[in-house]
Design a protein around this ligand. Structure first.
Ligand code: 3HC
Length: 284
């Protein structure tokens, strides 16, 4: 496989911005693509903010921060992405737009480029099927918040070739993660366990008539979780969690995968968690 000198990140929401941050901090030139200049600038500001916090806390030199920010270029088209050796997709969690994107990436990127999807619950194999060279498509599943969570799952789809698979694994290590290898099954490794577990937690809210605060305290103090389930679902995004649950339920038909009605109602009411300012808790 060719050396990865330049990375493209398509979609700069919370996950894409976090992934781009990891790349530039690791010294890799990165092209970030958003659909509008405004959304791209918003992501740059978010990344700049977190890097500034690191400087303020003595974890990063000011010069290194500025150099990292300088490695990020923004684009609204896909032309600049065509020059990248690795492209990581983090757009909306819908199969059709992802397939359209991978068909286009496959057409415009060089033959050695590795194409990765950050999907959390869709099938990497189905996304790869849109590319005429599915052997170079791999899953790179990061966890929220991407700059802080050490894991990235490197997901082998049915037709993924060894070279791109190992290139994605090595790149995960290069940006400071602890990658693990797995096959393309619904939810891969962590979400296969975490999504039904979080759904159980939300059902317990009603069954045990416990408050979100007490449930969070329970799991933190009784099971050693770093944050309680209601805080975590607020962080991930209630819409994102409901969508991932629906996708896993569709594939497995396991009742525990199905989103609890309480979460669906919250999603329908626009209570999306931290990003909307209100979920189980309120945020400024
Ligand atoms: N991006 C970049 N930097 C961030 C950030 C982000 N999104 N969020 C916080 N930071 C930085 C901040 O600068 C913060 O410092 P500051 O508050 O002084 O500015 C710094 O990180 C440290 O933050 P915290 O003090 O909050 O760090 P903690 O030690 O409390 O740990 C945590 C935070 C790592 C998030 C920890 O609470 C944790 O491990 N929580 C569990 C998270 C988890 O389970 N994630 C997985 C979700 S499932 C998923 O993602 C799958 C997907 O498919 C849905």
């Amino acid at each position: 496989m060719a050396e990865i000198r330049k990375v493209g990140v398509v979609g700069l929401g919370a996950m894409g911005a976090g992934i781009a941050q990891l790349c530039i901090e690791a010294g890799v030139d990165t092209v970030g693509r958003e659909v509008s200049v405004e959304l791209g600038e918003k992501a740059r500001e978010r990344i700049g903010h977190f890097l500034t916090r690191k400087v303020e806390k003595g974890q990063l030199e000011q010069g290194a921060r500025d150099e990292a920010v300088g490695r990020l270029t923004l684009t609204t088209g896909l032309d600049a992405i065509a020059e990248c050796d690795l492209v990581i997709e983090a757009i909306v969690e819908e199969l059709e737009p992802k397939q359209e994107l991978f068909a286009e990436l496959d057409r415009i990127c060089g033959p050695d480029a590795v194409l990765a999807t950050n999907t959390s619950a869709l099938s990497v194999t189905e996304i790869a099927a849109a590319a005429s060279a599915p052997g170079r498509v791999v899953g790179m599943h990061f966890f929220n918040p991407a700059p802080l969570m050490p894991l990235v799952e490197i997901v082998r789809a049915e037709l993924t070739d060894d070279g791109p698979f190992e290139a994605a694994f090595s790149f995960g290590e290069r940006i400071g993660k602890s990658p693990i290898r797995c096959h393309d099954t619904p939810g891969f490794v962590v979400n296969r366990v975490l999504i039904p577990l979080l759904n159980d937690c939300i059902r317990v809210l009603d069954e045990a008539r416990v408050t979100p605060e007490d449930l969070d305290t329970g799991l933190q103090n009784g099971a050693g979780w770093p944050m309680g389930p209601c805080t975590l679902v607020d962080l991930v995004g209630i819409d994102v969690h409901v969508h991932a649950s629906e996708a896993l339920y569709e594939k497995t038909r396991e009742p525990r995968m199905a989103p609890p009605p309480r979460l669906v109602a919250m999603r329908n009411a626009g209570l999306l968690g931290r990003k909307s300012g209100r979920g189980f808790y309120s945020y400024d």
